[in-house]
Unconditional design. Structure first.
Length: 276
C-alpha cells in the first residue's frame, strides 16, 4: 500500500495509482462509483456505515484522483488488488450505475469472496436485443469536448436527467458539481474497448444474495432494467428508493444507508464478528 495523504490511501496497481478511503471495523463493504463520478459520492455512506462495517471506497482508474486509463475490465482486476492491499478476503460489494457492471463481473469471477451484492441503478445486462435507447450520448459528448472544450461538456452532463438531484440539500448539489469538475473524461478522450454485455446465462450464474436498488424518479428504462434484473438473478430482491432519482446515494443518504443496513442484517456473512 502506498502513502496516506489527506485521509486517503494511494494504492499502486498495474498501470495506475488508485485513491481509496477506508473507515470503520467489521464485515467489509466496497463501494464502486458510477460514470463521471468518484469516491466522494459515497461520503455519507462511509460515515454512516462505519459504526458497524469496514467501508472502502475508491476512485476507479482514470476517475477522480486515480491515474490510469479507464477500463471496466481493468476495474474488475483492480478490486482484487484493492482487497489484497487491505487484507480482505470476503466482501459485500455495492456497485452504482456503471459501477454495477464492475460489481456484477467481480461477483461472477469470485462468488466465494462475495458476502452479498448490491446493484444500484444498473445498466442493462443479459438482454442485448432489447435494452432500449442509449441513454448517455457518448459520441455527442466527445464532439462537444472537441469543439467547445471540457467546461462545455461538464455543463452539458450536469443537465442530463441522470445528474438531476431531487434533494433540496445545497451540500449535495455542491458536492455533485465538485465531483463532475474533477472528472477528467479520459474514457471519452481515449475510447477504451467496450465491455460486452453479460448474457442471460451469466446472470443465472450470479448465485449470491443480491439487492437491486432503483430510484423512484430514475429513468423509465433504468427502472425497468432494475425490475428485470431482480427477476433474472437467482437470489435477488428489489428496493425502490422513494423520492430519489438516479443518484439515490446523494438524494437521500439516510434512506439509502437504511436500505443497505436492512439487507446486510439479513445476511449471515455480514453479521458482527464475522472474520473477513
Amino acid at each position: 500500500m502506498g502513502a496516506t495523504l489527506s485521509g486517503a490511501h494511494y494504492i499502486e496497481v498495474e498501470g495506475a495509482r488508485l485513491r481509496a478511503r477506508s473507515a470503520g471495523e467489521g464485515p467489509a463493504v466496497v463501494l464502486v462509483h458510477g460514470w463521471a463520478l468518484d469516491l466522494e459520492m459515497w461520503r455519507a455512506q462511509i460515515d454512516l456505515l462505519a459504526d458497524r462495517y469496514r467501508v472502502i471506497a475508491f476512485d476507479r482508474r482514470g476517475f477522480g484522483r486515480s491515474s490510469g486509463v479507464p477500463g471496466l475490465e481493468q476495474d474488475v482486476h483492480d478490486i482484487d488488488r484493492l482487497l489484497d492491499s487491505f487484507s480482505i478476503s470476503r466482501v459485500a460489494i455495492v456497485g452504482m450505475s456503471q459501477g454495477a457492471r464492475v460489481a456484477l463481473r467481480w461477483a461472477l469471477r469470485h462468488p466465494e469472496r462475495v458476502s452479498c451484492l448490491v446493484l444500484d441503478g444498473p445498466p442493462a445486462e443479459g438482454w442485448s436485443q432489447s435494452v432500449g435507447a442509449k441513454e448517455i450520448p457518448i459520441d455527442e459528448y466527445r464532439q462537444q469536448i472537441g469543439v467547445e472544450g471540457m467546461d462545455a461538456f461538464r455543463s452539458m452532463w450536469l443537465q442530463h436527467p441522470f445528474m438531476k438531484l431531487h434533494t433540496g440539500s445545497p451540500c449535495a448539489h455542491t458536492l455533485l458539481r465538485e465531483i463532475v469538475v474533477r472528472y477528467p473524461a479520459l474514457d471519452l478522450l481515449n475510447e477504451p474497448p467496450q465491455l460486452p454485455l453479460l448474457s442471460e446465462w451469466d446472470l443465472l450464474r450470479v448465485n449470491v444474495p443480491t439487492l437491486v436498488l432503483s430510484g423512484e424518479h430514475d429513468s423509465a428504462q433504468r427502472r425497468s432494467i432494475a425490475t428485470r434484473m431482480a427477476q433474472a438473478l437467482p437470489d435477488a430482491r428489489l428496493k425502490v428508493l422513494r423520492g430519489a432519482g438516479h443518484l439515490g446515494a446523494l438524494d437521500d443518504p439516510n434512506s439509502y444507508v437504511q436500505a443497505l443496513r436492512d439487507f446486510f442484517s439479513s445476511q449471515p456473512a455480514m453479521a458482527a464478528g464475522t472474520v473477513m
